[in-house]
Design a protein around this ligand. Sequence first.
Ligand code: PLP
Length: 368
Amino acid sequence: MQFIDLKSQYQHLKEKIDRRIQVVLDHGKYIMGPEVQELEEQLADYVGVKHAITCANGTDALQLCMMALDIKEGDAVFCPTFTFFATAETIGLSHATPVFVDSDAQTYNICPKDLKKRIEAVIAEGKLTPKAIITVDLFGLPADYDALMAIAQKYNIKLIEDAAQGFGGEIKGRKAGAFGDLATTSFFPAKPLGCYGDGGAVFTDNDEYAALLKSLRVHGKGLDKYDNVRIGLNSRLDTLQAAVLIEKLAVFSKELEARNELASSYSEALEGRNGLNVPYVPMDYLSSWAQYTLISEDRDAIMAKLKQAGIPSVVYYGTCMHEQTVFENLGYKLGDLPVAENLSRTVFSLPMHPYMEDNDFKRILECF
Ligand SMILES: *Cc1c(COP(=O)(O)O)cnc(C)c1O
């Protein structure tokens, strides 16, 4: 059994994807070919924002945002400690200081209350300038943007939504990728909308940011890439990946339904079982189910049992950002971010993809 069955997805879409790839091979415009713009228009439409700017991967998407916001040494950027490393990494790459925030115990997303506390603490200390918050739509569930946008506004700091896992999620019909001043996603193959290699995108309603991002992703270009007006990156989405994504986006809504059905079936079957916590989705929220994640004090025993039955399960994430070796110098101690620390000791994720067979689903449940 696969944790995320990309082969089965390809078998479902093979004819269409093969045809799209062949079109690219025939026209030969491998860099910034017409499929890239076609995809960007479709992505902006889907998310409901003015601009989608594709790039080489989800980490670069965050990095491009940091560059567009001119985040630099002496700035404080707040992010959840319970996330994938890339979120915090791009803060370090910008020579700013990451300030880690604890998780909400119900949703596992960044806790607005703790965020406020930590912004106040940075202001009181007076050493760093609070510049931005990077929120993460963890495991596919959008963060609490009503509260988070109010905090960003109150302290006049920018909000970047890291929707690498959240693409397809919603709050009251508003799509993930539409919440921050800037939002990012990743098309890494295992993400809800994945390509066949690396890819990413930035979303924004702001025309100035969009123009800046288009320059930054091509060596800080001015009139063209031989006219350089700023330091940028080489971070474009390959035309071939855009071609794959156009076909995958066409079936994405259907896949999202299948993911939600699988998540509901899991939760129905597992809720209330001894010591298991199933994921919580607040009212009016829709998750894209990048992961289906359970909590148990007996995690290791359950995962061993699954493994014995040939069923893959994975821990996302076993180490919080404030516990990572590279951030030791920031001086966090065990107990500083207790909710996240507890999550890292108890979470584990089950196979989740839109093409799960009934038989596989039954085999997974039997292990519980
Ligand atoms: C995957 C991921 C990224 C990075 O995306 P890449 O395309 O792998 O660079 C960033 N943030 C989060 C939360 C992710 O899950």
